[in-house]
Design a protein around this ligand. Structure first.
Ligand code: 9MR
Length: 357
């Protein structure tokens, strides 16, 4: 044996041990994030929804998607659709004018592609989560209009064919039924809404275009205004769907929600539940969690009762990742699974409502 070969024979096992150790460390770090997925007591929600032509979706948290294998597993198994919770918002995509950050949004869209899920793009034009260079209101009307059009074209262009439905504008109606004050309405006037939709239609003619609203689930001045806007956009061929966010409490699904959804559907529009959650005052008692389950079931039943309701998205599926504790101090437990990814009564009731013949 030459000296070279002998050295190799001695070095090979050492190299093997070193590589195996490195591999084990890497795999430990890859899998350390979060609890593991549990066997859930039901057929996956996405399969149960399919039977009624309802895509059951969820908002997706990018950090969890990156770091928590159990989260990824439940996400892929249970949901047929996803909405990036924050990754496609303007402040995330373009914090400084002209510098674009696609990684998180790409991650969500790629995950959906791999797991046969549809994507809801959220959201192109909104008053919140805007980068400072837009929010500070210093752009003039012509500049702001061009910035809006370019943004829509760039973002929709990147995900052409991969995002099924876009929330083109979000939360443009104020609670009193007026148009919400924002940098958009202040600088461009009410016409910015139709202009955004026209730009969206041009940017991806095959994508479905939605207007998404918060707190417009019941009949009343807010949903009346939304209805007028939707009717006009539909007449111009610019709108396909109306999204009702459905951030609820234990007070339940508003009594007039079904009637409200039906009037939009009667315009020839699809309706969707886009951000459902049901917050509970901490710490949630078993009685409260039981009522929460009933609210989720009612929501499923409401969507099932409206022929044009084909999508039901929850705003996060585990209490590990939910916007509620941050935004409503003293509240939490708003989702279907607990912090350890165990099913809550809400999960079982949601599934049961989908199973009901
Ligand atoms: O869930 C989102 C949370 O992580 C953000 O901090 C928050 C900032 O406004 O936005 C939350 O998502 C909102 C959604 O984009 C639009 N409808 C209301 C949702 C809850 O605020």
């Amino acid at each position: 044996m030459s000296r070279k070969v002998r050295r190799l024979v001695v070095a090979a096992p050492i190299l093997f041990v070193v590589l195996a150790t490195l591999g084990a460390i890497a795999s430990y770090y890859d899998n350390r994030g979060g609890p593991s997925a549990k066997a859930l007591p039901s057929a996956p929600l996405r399969e149960l929804g399919k039977a009624h032509d309802i895509t059951v979706g969820t908002a997706v948290d990018d950090a969890a998607l990156r770091n928590e294998p159990g989260y990824r597993e439940d996400l892929a198994r249970e949901f047929g659709g996803l909405t990036p919770e924050n990754a496609m918002k303007w402040d995330a995509l373009e914090p400084q004018r002209g510098s674009l950050h696609w990684a998180a949004a790409d991650r969500a869209v790629d995950f959906a592609g791999k797991h046969d899920m549809t994507v809801r793009g959220h959201t192109l034009v909104w008053h919140a989560q805007l980068p400072a260079w837009i929010a500070d209101g210093k752009l003039g009307a012509a500049d702001l209009r061009q910035v809006m059009r370019d943004h829509i074209a760039t973002v929709m262009g990147r995900y052409k064919g991969r995002v099924r439905t876009w929330d083109v504008v979000n939360e443009v109606v104020a609670d009193d039924g007026g148009l919400r004050k924002s940098v958009w309405s202040d600088t461009l006037g009410p016409v910015f809404v139709a202009e955004a939709f026209a730009a969206a239609r041009r940017s991806d003619p095959k994508a479905r275009l939605a207007i998404n609203e918060i707190g417009a689930e019941s009949l009343g001045p807010k949903s009346d205004t939304l209805y007028r806007i939707a009717k006009e956009l539909k007449a111009r061929g610019l709108l396909d769907e109306v999204g009702f966010q459905s951030h609820f409490t234990l007070d339940g699904v508003p009594a007039t929600m079904r009637k409200n959804l039906e009037r939009f559907a009667a315009l020839g529009l699809d309706v969707a539940i886009t951000e459902a959650d049901v917050r509970v005052r901490d710490p949630g008692t078993p009685e409260q969690l039981a009522v929460q389950g009933e609210v989720y079931a009612d929501l499923v039943n409401t969507c099932r009762a409206v022929a044009r309701c084909h999508a039901l998205t929850v705003w996060g599926f585990t209490d590990r990742h939910s916007w509620i504790p941050e935004s409503s101090p003293g509240y939490g437990s708003a989702t279907l699974l607990d912090r350890e990814l165990n099913p809550k009564p809400a999960y079982r009731d949601f599934a049961a409502a989908l199973r009901r013949p």
